[in-house]
Design a protein around this ligand. Sequence first.
Ligand code: FES
Length: 57
Amino acid sequence: MYVCLCEAITDKQIRNAARKFQVTSLKGLRQILPIGRECGKCIRQTREILEDELRIL
Ligand code: FES
């Protein structure tokens, strides 16, 4: 499912990036994916996905 419509980034891409690059923060994720650079509406959901991913790791 798309999380960031502006940049066409899916939840799967976020989870994959978090695992592959061992990202632990939104700031770190944004160095890999251009998420939240436009309207910013996706930030909250991205944070939730990232937190969920960190719980699993
Ligand atoms: Fe992600 Fe707009 S939905 S920047």
